[in-house]
Design a protein around this ligand. Sequence first.
Ligand code: SAH
Ligand code: CA
Length: 211
Amino acid sequence: MEFLPEKLQEYVEQHTRYEGELLHELERETYLKVLMPRMVSGHLQGQVLRMLSTMIKPKNILEIGTYTGYSGLCLAEGLQEGGKLVTIDINKELEAMVREYIKKAGMEEKIDYRIGNAIDIIPQLNSTFDLVFIDADKVNYSNYYDLVWDKVSPGGYILADNVLWSGKIIEPKPDTDTRALIAFNEKVHNDPRAENVLFPVRDGIMVIRKK
Ligand code: SAH
Ligand code: CA
């Protein structure tokens, strides 16, 4: 579901920085070859993530939910010199494609791609992060928030994608994923340790700053 009328959405896309040939090709290949291609961040959201990352200038980024690598490549463009992005995905089948694009982007030194369950991997990470992007299974958003909290540097940011869930968060009879997202949004909104703004970009990005 798009929240903006189609013509306005087109205008927005047309007046947003071109993502470059590689990301364009990655989005295309995702649509051609991968299941559920709607999950790919794509042009507008990718550039929003890149811009936010560039503004934050993170030394370390954690991404939960790599999928085909699109959002990770965008976020990594904002890293400080010598900075690193750790990205986690449980789906082994996308590994070859993700590694190919990391290589083509010349980001092999910057991106640490881990395959496995983020619930198990996050507690093993020793670094602190200036930016965390939560975009994996919706039922675990609140768990990811709790697991990463102590690893986020003071003044650091957590971004959580799809928090509007195509508008389902305000509909009656929410399903399991929707209930989890509603609970997550409430939790963040009522957390005195955090400042939050829900950006109505694409499917909703909760932008959270750790005080
Ligand atoms: N961030 C990507 C899209 C992510 S789609 C982009 O914007 O382009 C969500 C991903 O989360 C899927 O690839 C799925 O395999 C992964 N995922 C689901 N449950 C997970 C888990 N428990 N641990 C790690 N990754 C998980
Ligand atoms: Ca997403």
